[in-house]
Write a protein that binds this ligand. Structure first.
Ligand code: NAP
Length: 232
């Protein structure tokens, strides 16, 4: 299947690389290809500039958000939460219409320093904002409650643990669940939380996740819902 991964950070790269390894065709979207390729410094987490990363991933092309979204039969949002709506506007309503949008972004606001706050929160979520802004797109929030490496390699975390899906469209959630299973998630580990408003809950797990990261000193952990018996 053809995938457009919108976002050049570690999450976009990790998911794009995994999709290619599974035989999918993948492009990555960015605001300004030339500016993005001109970066020479590692990012805040020490990841190499994307130009260097792309050298080792010859099958993946970098293109503007709109061209990437037009290419993809399905789209993955891995942009910074504060920029996601702008990125998706740039991707283009028509290019997103009718497609499944796998939304991994969290609405983390770092403007007041660490720890970040969430905006929106409580009575709204980024997943819902995206679904409202793009009603013809089938938004499925998933994978946002764990580190990027765990997303595509759940065996990094020992024992049973879970991944959530939230979305209004049952078929879209089925497609996303098939990708999760391909990524290595046991089918019974996928918990369908219901419609896209349930993204409020998974986005609000982030303050807990961030504190656990600090306390544990590593990111290879995840949430396990004891007593869960429902897969999708
Ligand atoms: P990131 O640094 O949060 O986001 C990078 C991407 O966001 C870039 O592609 C950038 O575009 C785009 N972007 C930033 N501001 C923008 C704006 N104003 N308008 C349009 N696009 C904008 O990357 P990340 O660490 O890979 O995280 C991606 C998303 O996944 C985030 O929402 C994060 O909260 C979520 N998440 C991350 C992890 C993790 O392990 N890091 C885990 C779970 C969820 P350019 O390419 O043009 O610079």
């Amino acid at each position: 299947m053809r995938y457009a991964v919108l976002g050049t950070g570690v999450v976009g790269r990790t998911i794009a690389g995994k999709l290619v390894s599974l035989g999918h065709e993948v492009v990555i979207g960015t605001r300004d290809v030339e500016a993005t390729l001109a970066r020479t410094e590692p990012d805040a987490y020490g990841n190499p500039p994307i130009a260097q990363w792309l050298e080792g991933h010859a099958q993946i092309r970098l293109m503007p958000f709109a061209d990437a979204a037009a290419f993809g039969e399905a789209v993955v949002n891995t942009t910074a939460g504060t920029g996601s709506l702008m990125a998706l506007e740039a991707a283009g309503r028509d290019n997103l219409a009718g497609k499944v949008l796998l939304d991994v972004a969290n609405p983390l606001d770092f403007s007041q320093g660490m720890p970040p706050s969430l905006s929106p929160v409580n009575t709204d979520s980024l997943g819902e904002q995206i679904q409202r802004a793009f009603p013809e797109t089938k938004v499925v929030k998933t994978l946002n409650t764990m580190n990027a490496r765990v997303m595509v390699d759940p065996s990094r975390v020992a024992g049973e643990h879970n991944v959530f899906v939230s979305g209004n469209d049952a078929e879209a959630k089925k497609l996303v669940t098939e990708r999760l299973v391909e990524f290595g998630w046991p089918r019974e580990s996928v918990i369908d939380l219901g419609d896209i408003s349930s993204a409020r809950g998974t986005e609000m797990l982030l303050p807990v996740w961030l504190r656990l990261w600090g306390t544990l000193g590593h990111a290879d952990f995840n949430f396990h819902i004891a007593g869960a018996r429902t897969g999708t």
